[in-house]
Unconditional design. Structure first.
Length: 312
């Protein structure tokens, strides 16, 4: 029996705290015998204040973590939300998992030094700034680095726990768990499909007026010479200024804005993929599919089903 210890910290998010018990308690062998035990602890064994309007009573303190095979740290409303040494008692070789902002706790303990990791996309920059030695990837749903694993927000915690069941006992067991919990056994794409990227305003720099002009013409062919001509500077000067202000080349920026336009149209209209491609400036459905998959991680049709609930 694989023993799992879940560390509940003050400010814990109740939904995410319940994910390990819900997923791993549903994992059974062919004789319907449980494959995991899940036990929850707090730092000192005392009650835990949640991010909701209630407090949880637990029966164990963090010494429990020295006797389990996997430690899971759910997110809190105030990441990192734990003393740096809270995981000091974890035995070498124990599998350690950070759900969402639980990655901050792992990073504070030094467990993510030099490793790839992820967290909720809205917290990824904060994690990278606080722990520059961590290789933060904000685009994936979860990262499996062997004995240390991290996930993005909310449903990605379900994805990661199902992945662990699949890794431990195979796809058949993981699929049975998914059916019992009425969740997909695997989700395509990554966090990119959920990230909101605001369009820059007209006061965002020396090339902002040209960017605003281009946004009104995304459905038309736009060359670098067109953009530089609108800004009344040479192509070389425009390219240098543009990259200094936005961090990307004009071509990369145009593709990004066209993808964002396509996302909006897929979410809010019933236009065909070819029509969306035309209105977003990609010209053809094939071009849209290529750039959309590269930027968002899923095809346009898949994205529409997720965010509009249609099969168009």
């Amino acid at each position: 029996m694989h023993r799992i210890g879940v560390l509940a910290l003050d400010g814990v998010l109740p939904f995410e705290l319940a994910i390990p018990a819900r997923i791993f308690d549903s994992a059974r062998d062919a004789d319907d015998a449980p494959l995991y035990t899940v036990t929850t602890c707090s730092v000192d064994g005392g009650p835990v204040r949640t991010a909701a309007d209630f407090t949880l009573a637990v029966e164990h303190d963090a010494s429990l973590l020295a006797a389990v095979d996997t430690v899971i740290v759910p997110p809190t409303a105030d990441a990192p939300g734990a003393p740096r040494d809270v995981l000091a008692g974890v035995r070498p070789g124990t599998r350690v998992v950070g759900l969402c902002t639980g990655a901050f706790v792992l990073a504070a303990a030094g467990l993510l030094d030099g490793r790839p990791a992820t967290t909720h996309w809205n917290e990824a920059d904060r994690l990278q700034r606080a722990f520059p030695q961590v290789k933060v990837d904000p685009n994936v749903l979860f990262v499996d680095d062997g004995d240390v694993l991290t996930s993005a927000g909310v449903a990605a915690g379900v994805d990661l726990c199902l992945h662990l069941v699949r890794r431990d006992h195979g796809s058949a067991v993981a699929n049975r768990v998914a059916r019992r919990c009425v969740v997909p056994p695997w989700r395509d794409g990554g966090q990119a499909q959920f990230i909101e990227r605001p369009v820059p305003g007209a006061a965002d720099g020396g090339t902002a007026a040209t960017r605003a002009w281009a946004l009104d013409r995304l459905d038309r062919p736009l060359t670098l010479a067109d953009l530089a001509g609108h800004a009344r500077v040479s192509v070389r000067t425009f390219t240098r200024r543009f990259r200094a202000e936005t961090g990307v080349s004009p071509g990369q920026w145009l593709v990004r804005q066209r993808v964002e336009r396509a996302r909006h149209l897929l979410e809010t209209t019933d236009h065909s993929v070819d029509a969306v491609a035309h209105r977003a400036g990609f010209g053809t459905g094939a071009s849209l599919r290529l750039h959309f998959q590269a930027a968002v991680g899923v095809p346009p049709q898949h994205y529409r089903r997720t965010f509009r609930g249609t099969t168009v």
